[in-house]
Design a protein around this ligand. Structure first.
Ligand code: TTP
Ligand code: MG
Length: 382
């Protein structure tokens, strides 16, 4: 594999930073997000709170003891989802090769973007996220995913670390093994028993003795310890899109007809998204005029969604911006992209209540359609 430019970005104290951003009185104060909804543990602690020894996963009761003046907030997961999509929107200006990890982290593959290899573009990403969203991120740049993720953690918060093939071992070998992705407390302890504490010590341990301890996982972390990692950026959902288009028997002239047709198309796209269990982040419209001139316009949705009406509103406002009056439309198309698995959002209860109600009603209608055929319930355009 040739030299790659992998970037890992990770928002700083994400949930806590959002709370500080939305309530300036909390700036500079120890803010802890967590509580009952998070099984009574700390989900996020601001860097001010971390000075008291607080960290994610700690029981709230213990956190209160360590930091009695802390500000404890149960948090608003729906809002965090909105910030997350806003950040992803900015990242997608740089490449479509994005692999999100959870809400606040992502890998980007910027290989081949020669001008992107220097620090300038990464600083631009940081600047845009700070200026447009208001949050700070830490960034790691390296030839592979393992090193990039490790790099982003080295200078938090608001960090920026570049690891190259040349300096990789010098940087990682003195670090404790717990810096390796996937090495948790249990493995750390087992390695410690063998006298292996640093990544350098792990690298110099023969693979066979690690295999006796860790099985097939040994090779992966041994490779990591030598700075090796061939895994690719996986952005399957971004490559994928779900769309519907229609060429009309007679070209459309009237705005109300175009609106009605677009409504039917977004209804179909919404139905397919829900069936395949995706939420869309972007919507693209396609218009072909009677002279065969074709245009497409794309925009991001306010929030990831599979609700047909919301797809329609955005698609229609895009269509209205196109100067098509006086021209006749031969074909209309809508496609949804930037797809995210619905289950992820449901698990974290990231769907706004009112939207969630609408979705549940739609899902009930979908069920009837599945059973009795798509024509059993038809929705009229307004
Ligand atoms: P992290 O990136 O692990 O943590 P962080 O962003 O709060 O802090 P930093 O990256 O600066 O070290 O997780 C991102 C968000 O995910 C975090 O703000 C809250 C949430 N989260 C949980 O809900 N439960 C958890 O156990 C963890 C680790 C995170
Ligand atoms: Mg983070």
């Amino acid at each position: 594999m040739g030299k790659r430019a992998i970037v890992h970005v990770d928002l700083d104290a994400f949930f806590a930073s959002v709370e500080q951003l939305e309530n300036p009185k909390l700036k500079g104060k120890p803010v802890i997000v967590g509580g009952p909804a998070n099984r009574g543990v700390v989900a996020a602690a601001s860097y001010e709170a971390r000075r008291f020894g607080l960290k994610a996963g700690m029981p709230i009761a213990k956190a209160r003891r360590l930091c009695p003046h802390g500000i404890f907030i149960s948090g608003n997961h729906y809002r965090y989802g909105q910030y997350s999509s806003q950040v992803r929107g900015i990242l997608s200006r740089y490449t479509s090769q994005i692999e999100p990890l959870g809400l606040d982290e992502a890998f980007l593959d910027l290989t081949g973007c020669q001008r992107l290899l220097g620090p300038a573009p990464v600083l631009k990403i940081k600047k845009q996220i700070f200026e447009e969203v208001g949050l700070t991120i830490s960034v790691g740049v390296a030839p592979n995913k393992f090193l990039a993720k490790l790099a982003s953690q080295l200078d938090k918060p608001d960090g920026f670390v570049v690891i190259t093939e040349e300096n990789a071992l010098q940087i990682i070998h003195p670090l404790p093994v717990s810096h390796i992705w996937g090495v948790g407390p249990r493995v750390t302890e087992e390695l410690d028993r063998l006298g292996i504490r640093t990544i350098g010590e792990l690298a110099r341990t023969p693979l066979a003795s690690l295999e006796a301890l860790l099985g097939s996982y040994a090779r992966t972390i041994h490779d990591f310890a030598w700075g090796k990692d061939e895994r690719k950026i996986r952005s399957p959902s971004l490559a994928k899109s779900i769309g519907a288009e229609r060429t009309f028997k007679e070209d459309i002239e009237r705005k109300s007809d175009a609106r009605h047709r677009l409504f039917q198309l977004t209804d179909k796209v919404g139905w397919r998204l829900r069936k395949e269990r995706y939420l869309a982040r972007f919507i693209t419209i396609k218009i072909r005029f009677s002279d065969f001139k074709t245009i497409t316009r794309r925009t991001s949705l306010a929030n990831p969604t599979d609700v047909s009406d919301l797809l329609f509103q955005t698609a229609w406002s895009l269509t209205e911006k196109v100067a098509w009056r006086g021209r006749r439309i031969r074909l209309l198309g809508v496609s949804a992209s930037g797809l995210l698995k619905t289950s992820y959002f449901e698990q974290l209860s990231l769907l706004e209540d009112s939207v969630d109600k609408k979705r549940r009603a739609l899902l009930a209608v979908d069920k009837i359609k599945e059973k009795y055929g798509r024509e059993s319930i038809s929705r009229g355009g307004r």
